[in-house]
Write a protein that binds this ligand. Structure first.
Ligand SMILES: *Cc1c(COP(=O)(O)O)cnc(C)c1O
Length: 403
């Protein structure tokens, strides 16, 4: 008789939050099968191709046999030097390429791994919500305890540090921040970062800043670096990604910079679980950073036009919405009578439009949906046309026609 074997998943996986979007995913599949043309404004994955000079550099680099071997754990020195040059030009921050910089297989990798290098079971982590889910996943995998910092509209989606109980602050070992912010599209100025550094020094807290959207900003706005604050390097690291800035999500390349001991802890984890970024991709990353000032304006222009076009269209329909200064997201209030999941479901069922329910990013995301402007303008126009046919102020959704 065949013996049955049961496998049980590790407890750390059971502690991850439940996946909220199963229902929306299923509805999406159904509509696709029916042949409905779905407009997907759900995922934050650029549709713009990677700039040609970057691709060209990869083509050359991939032909060099030296690049076919294991890369170094911390990344090519030439890549790290290029990162330092860009940081100085862009943020006025000088870094030591030997000790204060590490290459990452996409910033998500580093964001998840740094918790394993710094947190013990029972340590407390301050995590903003709504937020990028990986901060929390890393903390859970490390067995740490989580204290959520709600990001609310009446505080411009910044965490209210003064409201954090001093007992909580004293217990906290690490905190996450992310500006320009996913999903709220909020930005922070240098004064907020000063406040963060002061708070972190007072309570001896490590600050991890996720700066993935620093370059996707509009109307003259320039996102600052946490490390531009005096003493920030004593307490913090910053995570960067080439994914959004240069439309390179599939390439998997990012980096972390800042406090050398924190970078060393991240490197110690990585040395044991991965073997670095393919060197040809690092060379392509060098090219991207070297040409940042040439390449970024065009990418910005595309997202800005989409933002202006879509926001104008929504405003004409009476939606309340502000022009975000950065990111390619719109964080939109749902009509009062719907939860974010209900509203996302309506947009999908009635209009074939996919948006992300805000509650999926944390409880304070309830009452919002996130729209990613990662489709071309003709599709955005189609989305607006469909939305126009749906009178959202009509409470009786069932009575509404199909778009
Ligand atoms: C996309 C994203 C990242 C990660 O990007 P990688 O592709 O892993 O470099 C990190 N943080 C936020 C907030 C993001 O939206």
């Amino acid at each position: 008789m065949k013996k049955e074997i049961f496998f049980e998943r590790a407890n750390r996986l059971k502690k991850l939050p439940v996946y909220l979007f199963a229902q929306v995913d299923e509805a999406k599949r159904k509509l696709k099968r029916k042949g409905v043309e779905i407009i997907d404004l759900g995922v934050g994955d650029p549709d713009i191709p990677t700039p040609y000079p970057v691709i060209n550099r990869l083509i050359k680099a991939v032909q060099n046999p030296q690049n076919h071997r294991y890369p170094s754990y911390e990344g090519l020195l030439s890549f790290r030097e290029q990162i330092c040059k860009w940081y100085l030009r862009r943020f006025g921050v000088s870094l030591d390429p030997e000790k204060e910089v590490i290459a990452l297989i996409g910033s998500k990798e580093g964001i998840a791994h740094i918790s394993l290098g710094l947190l013990n079971p029972g340590d407390l982590v301050l995590i903003p919500e709504p937020g990028y889910p990986v901060y929390q996943a890393g903390a859970i995998f490390a067995g740490a305890d989580i204290y959520h910092l709600p990001l609310l509209e009446d505080n411009n989606f910044l965490p209210s540090l003064k409201k954090i109980d001093s007992q909580i602050a004293s217990r906290a070992k690490l905190m996450w921040i992310n500006y320009p912010n996913n999903p709220t599209a909020a930005v922070a100025d240098i004064n907020f970062f000063k406040e963060v550094v002061e708070f972190a020094k007072k309570f001896n807290i490590i600050v991890c800043h996720d700066l993935a959207y620093s370059e996707l900003s509009y109307d003259g706005y320039q996102a600052p670096s946490l490390l531009a604050v005096e003493d920030a390097r004593e307490v913090g690291v910053e995570f960067h990604s080439l994914s959004k800035t240069f439309s390179m999500t599939g390439w998997r390349i990012g980096f972390a910079v800042g406090n050398s001991e924190l970078i060393a802890a991240l490197k110690a984890v990585k040395t044991n679980v991965d073997s670095g970024v393919f060197q040809a991709i690092q060379e392509a990353g060098e090219e991207a950073l070297k040409q940042a000032e040439n390449l970024i304006p065009e990418i910005r222009r595309i997202y800005r036009n989409r933002r202006d076009f879509f926001v104008k269209g929504l405003k004409e329909m009476g939606w309340q919405i502000r022009l975000p200064k950065a990111t390619f997201y719109l964080w939109i209030k749902t009509p009062a009578e719907y939860t974010s999941l209900e509203f996302a479901q309506i947009l999908l069922d009635k209009c074939g439009i996919v948006v992300t329910p805000g509650v999926g990013f944390g409880p304070s995301g309830e009452g919002y949906v996130r729209i990613a402007l990662t489709v071309k303008e003709d599709k955005l126009k189609k989305a607006l046309d469909r939305l126009k046919k749906l009178n959202l102020r009509n409470k009786n959704v069932k009575a509404l026609g199909k778009c």
